[in-house]
Design a protein around this ligand. Structure first.
Ligand SMILES: Cc1cc2nc3c(=O)[nH]c(=O)nc-3n(C[C@H](O)[C@H](O)[C@H](O)COP(=O)(O)OP(=O)(O)OC[C@H]3O[C@@H](n4cnc5c(N)ncnc54)[C@H](O)[C@@H]3O)c2cc1C
Length: 404
């Protein structure tokens, strides 16, 4: 690309390069957004969504740099800021630039604006892509290379495939609303919502669904992910949910008989992923839900492998499902409760966080062991650090990211 090494030429080529990267970044974002439900089975939603977030930030940086390099190289500023439709394809590039900025600002404001406004704003991404494609094809000098021109066509093909996938998924898997059958108060801030699904539910313990509600004012809320806390195979789905913000607050106001839109199952945080002799479950707070489902699953009963559950909570009153786990205790299943804010142990619980000392006290070797981790960020990072120190292979560390 850098054939002429004068500063102006280098800046100009950098402008072309950043434009190309931004265009392909945008294309991948649109395609991945349409096909997230398909790729969930390979990577898991909890990895895909943060990846897309990072990709959108990266794309924004390249998109911002694209005109800046041209402005400096050509010493022309307004020509790259104000669209002149006499030069249609350059003007389209400038329009695309502003549209992208609008979409990015809307994303940043996501927490404050209404979900529907956010959805409509996302439709702009398609318009943005097609305008950018016209700009790149007809204005960008790189399209004179056959392979670049072919990649534009390939990207367009991917976008069309993504759109078709999204449309057929929407038609085939229309999100249905299910009535709340029961609400169980687990503790001061956590409730289990049991739904009557009408037919036997097939999912793998550890998977989650996307829940969506209309609140009292009929306002539609964004989809939020929650793991099933009951075992597969029954006609009910249970979600144990901690109240933390707007969505969960609205959910907590619902009553028996109210309906919730449920879509799923999704996710790959399942026991299928590991075949080691021993399994160690490490949970923090409400991150216990996938393990409750796994331990309730009849397939776990028939599995001879040993399971150690390390469950971290602030105090006894914050613990979930203590009775359930206590009844499960056996030669095969061990539960270790670590309470960070209790002063004195009752002889059963450990005091403090789940750290290296506690792990080594109960599992003397980390070999032939799969570690499943679900809990707050600090706990997750600390445990992963310990496992890395003990050279636990990457494929034996399976993490569910509860916060996207
Ligand atoms: C795979 C998975 C499984 C989960 N399972 C459970 C569970 O079983 N029980 C439970 O209590 N919690 C679970 N969570 C976490 C739960 O989804 C969030 O705590 C919840 O959505 C935040 O609700 P809120 O009322 O604070 O939302 P709001 O106040 O409506 O929104 C808060 C904002 O925080 C952001 N946000 C932060 N975390 C999330 C998230 N995880 N998903 C979407 N937006 C998020 C969004 O931008 C959102 O707009 C799970 C999360 C994931 C990713």
């Amino acid at each position: 690309m850098f054939t002429d090494l004068t500063l102006t030429a280098i800046l100009y080529d950098l402008g072309r390069l950043t434009g190309l990267i931004a265009f392909f970044g945008l294309g991948i974002l649109v395609f991945a957004g349409d096909t997230t439900r398909f790729f969930d089975r390979f990577f898991g939603f909890d990895r895909l969504i943060p990846f897309l977030k990072k990709l959108s930030y990266g794309t924004a940086v390249f998109l911002l740099l694209h005109p800046i390099f041209f402005m400096i190289a050509k010493q022309k500023f307004l020509a790259y800021l104000i669209p002149d439709f006499f030069y249609l394809h350059l003007a389209l590039g400038i329009v695309a630039f502003y549209l992208f900025i609008i979409v990015m600002i809307a994303s940043a404001l996501y927490k404050r604006i209404s979900h529907l406004a956010w959805q409509y704003l996302h439709v702009l991404n398609y318009i943005l892509f097609f305008i950018s494609l016209q700009h790149a094809k007809h204005w960008g000098s790189s399209s004179s290379y056959w392979y670049i021109s072919a990649s534009y066509q390939a990207m367009l093909f991917l976008i069309v495939i993504g759109l078709i996938y999204r449309a057929q998924h929407k038609i085939r898997h229309k999100t249905k609303a299910y009535p709340i059958k029961n609400i169980i108060n687990e503790n001061h801030d956590t409730k289990t919502f049991v739904f009557d699904m009408g037919e036997k539910q097939h999912f793998q313990a550890g998977q989650f669904c996307l829940l969506r509600i209309h609140d009292k004012t009929r306002k539609l809320h964004a989809r939020h992910p929650f793991t099933m806390s009951n075992a597969p195979g029954s006609t009910e789905l249970a979600f144990t949910i901690k109240q933390s913000g707007r969505f969960t607050e609205a959910l907590f106001q619902l009553k028996k008989g109210d309906k919730v839109l449920i879509e799923g199952p999704f996710g790959i945080f399942t026991k299928k992923r590991c075949t080691t002799k021993r399994q160690v479950f490490i949970a923090g707070g409400v991150g216990i839900t996938p393990f409750k489902s796994m331990l309730e699953d009849p397939s776990t009963e028939n599995d001879p492998r040993k399971i150690f559950l390390f469950y971290g909570a602030r105090s006894k009153k914050n613990m979930l499902f203590e009775d359930f786990f206590s009844k499960k205790l056996s030669k095969k299943f061990h539960a270790i409760y670590c309470l960070s804010q209790e002063k004195k142990s009752d002889g059963i619980c450990e005091i403090g966080y789940i750290d290296e000392k506690i792990l080594l006290k109960y599992i003397t070797s980390f070999e032939e062991t799969c570690f499943y981790i679900c809990g707050p960020e600090a706990m997750k990072q600390s445990v992963i650090g310990i496992l890395k120190k003990h050279k636990v292979p990457k494929e034996h560390i399976i993490v569910e990211h509860f916060y996207w």
